[in-house]
Every structure is written in C-alpha cells, then in structure tokens.
Design a binder for this molecule. Structure first.
Ligand SMILES: *[C@@H]1O[C@H](CO)[C@@H](O)[C@H](O)[C@H]1NC(C)=O
Ligand SMILES: *[C@@H]1O[C@H](CO)[C@@H](O)[C@H](O)[C@H]1NC(C)=O
Ligand SMILES: *[C@@H]1O[C@H](CO)[C@@H](O)[C@H](O)[C@H]1NC(C)=O
Ligand SMILES: *[C@@H]1O[C@H](CO)[C@@H](O)[C@H](O)[C@H]1NC(C)=O
Ligand SMILES: *[C@@H]1O[C@H](CO)[C@@H](O)[C@H](O)[C@H]1NC(C)=O
Ligand SMILES: *[C@@H]1O[C@H](CO)[C@@H](O)[C@H](O)[C@H]1NC(C)=O
Ligand SMILES: *[C@@H]1O[C@H](CO)[C@@H](O)[C@H](O)[C@H]1NC(C)=O
Ligand SMILES: *[C@@H]1O[C@H](CO)[C@@H](O)[C@H](O)[C@H]1NC(C)=O
Ligand SMILES: *[C@@H]1O[C@H](CO)[C@@H](O)[C@H](O)[C@H]1NC(C)=O
Ligand SMILES: *[C@@H]1O[C@H](CO)[C@@H](O)[C@H](O)[C@H]1NC(C)=O
Ligand SMILES: [Cu+2]
Length: 529
C-alpha cells in the first residue's frame, strides 16, 4: 500500500550511522503560567509555559547543555528551582551537575540561570526531567527526555517511534503544593489528587468536558510507545482496549520482549512498549487508571477520567463508543517476569544493608502523627551545605555528616546490596537511585533472582520485601529516595556516596557551580522557599 510505505519510510530509524559525540544546546525558561490540563485554570510552575513541558530529545553519545532560566515570580509557589534529569547517569567526572538540591548542588533563585552539562555516554532510552526542589514538580515542572539510538538493537521490533509515541501519565492538583505540603505535615494524609492526566489532559468530577488526548496510529504499523509515569504520588494501571503491549524496556534498559495486557507503573518509572495497530479501524480507550489515596477524600477525583484515545487513521474524530473501564485486570505485568536483553550476572555482595522504612509517630500531635518518614529510624533533613561540597572539603565517612543526612559512604567499586524487609505498610514506595541503575534482585513479593535480573532505577519497596544491588563504580553522592514526593519531603530519603577519594580526584566543578550556594544562601527567605 502506497500510504503505508511512505509512512514507514518517514519513520524508519537510520541504521549504521556513526554519530560523533556532539553537543546539543537546549534552553528551558522556567516561568509561571496559567494552565488547565483538566479544565481547571491554575497558576503553575512550568517549563516554557506548558504542562507537560517541552520534550528534550538527544541522540546517543551527545552532551546536552541545558540552560535553565529561572523567571519565576508567583509567591504562592516555590520560586527557586533545581532540575533533575531522572535516570540519566551523568559521567562521573561531572556528577556535580546532577541537580539534587543540597546533595550535589544548591537551587538557584528567581532572575538567575544555570547551565547543566550532561554527557550522555552510552545511555539510550526513555527518561524525564523535573524540578527536584521540594514538591515543585507537582506544580507543573515535569517533561520527557528521550535519548534516541541510531543503531537501536530493538529497531526491528517496531515501525514508528516519534513525538506522538511519547506518552505521559501524571497526577494533578488544583492547589499550590506549598499549602498542601504544610497540611500533609500536620495530618500525614497525602492530599488526594484532583485529576489523573494522560498526555497532559484529563477531567475531574463536575469539571468541563475537556478533550482527551488522542494518539494517532495507522493500521498495520507497530508503535514504540514510551510510557513515562511523571506522577508525584499516584500509580497508574495502563491498558489499551483490545490491544496488548509488548514491553521492551524498563527505565531505559532493554528487556526481552514480553507481552501483557496491563501494566502498573510507579512514580518515576518508565516502560517502552510495542503496540501493533492490528484491530479494525476505530477509536479505542487507553485506560490510565490512577491508584493511590482514597478518592472519598477528594470528590473531584475520578480515577477513570485520566484516559487517552488510540485513534486509527480513518476513524472519526470522536470518543470510543465503548464504556470507560478500568482495564481488563488480567495478564498484568509481573516485574519478575521481565528478563534483560543483555543479561549481566550481578557480582557477589560486598556490603549488605537493610533499610527499614517506618512512620515516626508523634504522640503529642492531635492526629497522632507528625509525618516523618524514616529509614532505619532516621528521617532525612536536607543540610545547608550540600553533600558534595562537604566531600570536596574532605568528608570521607558517615560521621562527617549530620545524622539527619542519612548518608552512607562506600569505597569505590564495591557491590552494595540493599534489602527492604517485608513490612506491614500498605504502600509500595518507589525507591529511585540517582545516577545509577541497580539490579532488581527481588521485586516485591517475587522470588530472588541473582542470575539474570533486570536493571532499572526505580523499584517499589513493598510489604513483600524488595532487594536491589549496585556497584559503586560511578563516584558521586547519589540520592536514593522514595519517588512519592510527599514521602520524600517528609524524610524518606538517604544519600549513597561511592568513592569519596575518587570524587575528589575526578570532580572539578565550574565557577558557576561554585557560586550557586553563596547566591542561594543570600536570597531572601521567601525566594528560597
Ligand atoms: C523553550 O523556549 C525557548 C524560548 O522560546 C526556546 O528557545 C527553546 O527552544 C524551548 N525549549 C524547548 C526544549 O523546546
Ligand atoms: C488552596 O489552599 C489554600 C490554603 O489552604 C486555600 O485557602 C484555598 O482555598 C485552596 N485553593 C484551592 C483551589 O483549593
Ligand atoms: C505512577 O506512579 C504512582 C506512584 O507510584 C502510581 O500511584 C500510579 O498508578 C502510576 N501510574 C501509572 C500509569 O502507572
Ligand atoms: C474489543 O474487546 C471487547 C471485549 O473483549 C469486545 O467486546 C469487542 O468486540 C472488541 N472490539 C473489537 C472492535 O474487536
Ligand atoms: C466517573 O466518571 C464517569 C464518566 O463520566 C462516571 O460515569 C462515574 O459516575 C464517575 N465516578 C464517580 C465516582 O464520580
Ligand atoms: C543480606 O541481608 C539479608 C537480610 O537483610 C539476608 O536475607 C541476606 O541473606 C544477606 N545476604 C548476604 C549476601 O549476606
Ligand atoms: C509533635 O507534634 C506537636 C504538636 O503538633 C509538635 O508541637 C511537635 O513539634 C511535634 N514533635 C516533633 C518531634 O516533631
Ligand atoms: C529503630 O527503633 C526501634 C524502636 O525504638 C528499635 O526497635 C529498632 O532497633 C531501631 N532500628 C534501628 C535500625 O536502629
Ligand atoms: C543536624 O540536623 C539538625 C536537624 O536539621 C539540625 O538541627 C542541626 O543543627 C544539625 N547539626 C549540624 C552539626 O549541622
Ligand atoms: C507486595 O507483596 C505483598 C506480599 O505478597 C502483597 O501483599 C502486596 O500486595 C504487594 N504489593 C503490591 C503493590 O504489589
Ligand atoms: Cu513512599
């Protein structure tokens, strides 16, 4: 068919091209703007004025230079900012440019700019960027980051991989996270989101009938959908009516193709799936059902109203006639069933740690809680002087840090294993390791696999017990925190330092980085917030 052939030609990846490392310059203006992804107009913290922000694309081997201009003015939200490029390793000699406030850097205030230099090395796949300061990303500053591989070993599995195949899910609040966080810290109840969003669009009960986002497909082609959970709290059950999804990557790491009907994504997680448009021409619901929190606590929330439409070329510009379901509820992805495309056997453990997560109960607070989450009885509090600055000034062991920094220091090139033992919590905490992947030795409630486990950078630590393993072969201070940012901001975080001596040898921050902390510390209190 003429049409099919020309479409396929347009989207075919280039094979065999040798791409010399190049630098790509990107500008992001962080500005307040009114947005209404679910029909409710609110002021937001945005990248370039939109939610989600603009996609950053790169090619394998490039170095990204991302200049972020902080133009925030709205005092009802945070006005400083700091950007994390989630899942991107960053070459160890540049680990200072990693955007974790008070770990690798200080935030920067309104009216100032900072340029992040990100050598992408050999990484490819699906990532995202977001504000790492407090809960600011829930106020809007979140967007995809895709590293394309011109010689993708999985290219034969799909025909189309373009701007239309980047799919995001997110939870959305109508209010600023500043009052919401204050409220959370007094009652321990995470404010339930107002709406689930698919590709930046959704609805809330009683709100206007906004248009759901449509994803165009052409019958007969295979699509590589890059699913990104940019959620701050909620997980999402994703399915597409009458279509299966073949998982080929988890968090940017290739897996053996594995076909399911539904998958559950935790905050921060990414899955690349291949969907074949093999059904009769029509409109099909993409169900992205929000989980997390009791909808009875927020009558705006309707978990079924974050959905998209898979629209075949030739189908009417209309919603599917079929009911909005929660998905098939069968053939759901079991993480432990995923196998890596390129198996690597995890080396034996050198240092074996146990992380017990718990909620610190405050008997004198009216609700019985003061909302401090703890790892091994310590609730993380950001220091004033970032971890990396302390290391560059000589800090070499855990005692060189305040207890509340919950900082672990390891020699370089050691194999670290962390086990979250079975707990009584009902929550699956999506623990995210910055700057590294870990082997998922034991997903929640699944048998241990230390032969050929997948690698990823977000894993749910749940009531069934979870174990991850990684090597400290990337010198740097790396945040390891729950990606439910409410929990993270209530202390559910630690810092894992690998190779302090190597950090001092390798890391030579720029003058611009050196100036970040003095500038931040000189800001008036209301602009630091
Ligand atoms: C953001 O907006 C600026 C100004 O319009 C533009 O130069 C830049 O390319 C945009 N960034 C992205 C990633 O689209
Ligand atoms: C946001 O929170 C503030 C402070 O609690 C409250 O006064 C205001 O009504 C809230 N606004 C919305 C839209 O919920
Ligand atoms: C995204 O992650 C959150 C938090 O873990 C979860 O509640 C939500 O269901 C996830 N969304 C998807 C689409 O998987
Ligand atoms: C889609 O699946 C549903 C439920 O299995 C079935 O009733 C329906 O006929 C299917 N639609 C098409 C177009 O095949
Ligand atoms: C959610 O929205 C659907 C579709 O509009 C509606 O049928 C359903 O009653 C709503 N659910 C709740 C709990 O309001
Ligand atoms: C590591 O500790 C866990 C319990 O926290 C234990 O089950 C496991 O056997 C230990 N592994 C090694 C290699 O010591
Ligand atoms: C416990 O709660 C009380 C009352 O809300 C508060 O004054 C106190 O600071 C809290 N204690 C801690 C350790 O946070
Ligand atoms: C944490 O505190 C509890 C109760 O005080 C105690 O039983 C436990 O041993 C402590 N755990 C650690 C790792 O210090
Ligand atoms: C350690 O952290 C606590 C809690 O933030 C703070 O009160 C204390 O001043 C810190 N101590 C040092 C030496 O930084
Ligand atoms: C984690 O594992 C436990 C124990 O099998 C199970 O009860 C729980 O439902 C699991 N949590 C999730 C979110 O899968
Ligand atoms: Cu959590």
């Amino acid at each position: 068919m003429q049409l099919l052939a020309s479409v396929a030609l347009l989207v075919l990846p280039v094979y065999g091209a040798t791409i010399a490392p190049t630098t790509k310059d990107i500008t992001i203006n962080v500005i307040n703007a009114n947005v209404a992804p679910d029909g409710f107009v609110r002021s937001a913290v945005t990248a370039n004025g939109t939610f989600p922000g603009p996609v950053i694309t790169a090619t394998k081997g490039q170095t990204l230079r991302v200049t972020v201009n902080n133009k925030l003015t709205d005092p009802t939200m945070r006005r400083s900012t700091s950007i994390d490029f989630d899942g991107v390793f960053i070459d160890s000699s540049d680990s200072y440019d990693e955007g974790s406030p008070f770990v690798t850097t200080c935030p920067f205030g309104p009216g100032t700019s900072y340029t992040y230099t990100l050598p992408l090395g050999t990484q490819t796949g699906t990532y995202w960027y977001h504000s790492q300061l407090s809960l600011q990303y829930l106020d809007g500053l979140r967007a995809p980051l895709i590293i394309y591989d011109p010689a993708d070993p999985q290219a034969h599995l799909y025909d189309v991989d373009d701007a239309n195949t980047i799919l995001t899910v997110a939870d959305w609040w109508h209010n600023s996270t500043v009052p919401l966080l204050a409220q959370y810290l007094t009652n321990q109840i995470i404010p339930v989101a107002d709406a689930p969003l698919f590709n930046g669009k959704g609805r809330y009960n009683g709100g206007p009938i906004t248009e759901f986002a449509a994803v165009p497909v052409t019958k007969g082609l295979r699509y590589r959908f890059r699913l990104i959970n940019m959620s701050g709290r909620s997980d999402f059950m994703i399915s597409i009516d009458n279509h299966t999804m073949t998982v080929i990557q988890a968090d940017g790491v290739a897996t053996q193709p594995h076909t399911v009907s539904q998958l559950d994504m935790l905050a921060g997680q990414r899955y690349d799936v291949v969907v074949t448009a093999n059904q009769p021409i029509g409109n099909y619901w993409i169900n992205t059902v929000l989980g997390g929190g009791n909808p009875a606590r927020n009558l705006n929330l309707n978990v079924t109203l974050g959905r998209g439409i898979l629209r075949y070329a030739g189908a009417p510009n209309a919603e599917p006639q079929t009911p909005m379901t929660l998905g098939p509820g069968t053939n759901i992805l079991v993480e432990g069933d995923l196998a890596p495309l390129v198996p690597t056997r995890p080396p034996p453990v050198d240092i074996n740690l146990t992380f017990v997560t718990s909620m610190q109960v405050n008997a004198s607070s009216p609700s019985g809680f003061n909302s401090k989450w703890q790892i091994n009885n310590i609730s993380y509090v950001s220091p004033v002087v970032p971890t990396l600055v302390k290391i560059l000034n000589g800090a070499s062991s855990a005692v060189d840090f305040n207890t509340t920094e919950n900082t672990f220091v390891f020699p370089a090139n050691k194999v670290i294993q962390i086990t979250f033992p079975p707990s009584t919590e009902d929550e699956l905490h999506p623990f995210h390791l910055h700057g590294n992947n870990f082997w998922l030795i034991k997903p929640n409630a699944t048998a241990e696999n230390d032969i050929n486990p997948i690698k990823r950078d977000v894993a749910g630590a749940g009531s069934g017990g979870t174990t991850v393993r990684f090597v400290t072969d990337r010198p740097g201070p790396w945040f390891f925190h729950c990606h439910i940012f409410w929990h993270f901001n209530a202390g559910l975080a630690s810092v894992l330092v690998g190779g302090p001596d190597q950090i001092r040898q390798n890391v030579h921050p720029t003058e611009a980085w050196d100036e970040l902390c003095p500038a931040y510390n000189a800001l008036p209190a209301d602009e630091k917030r």
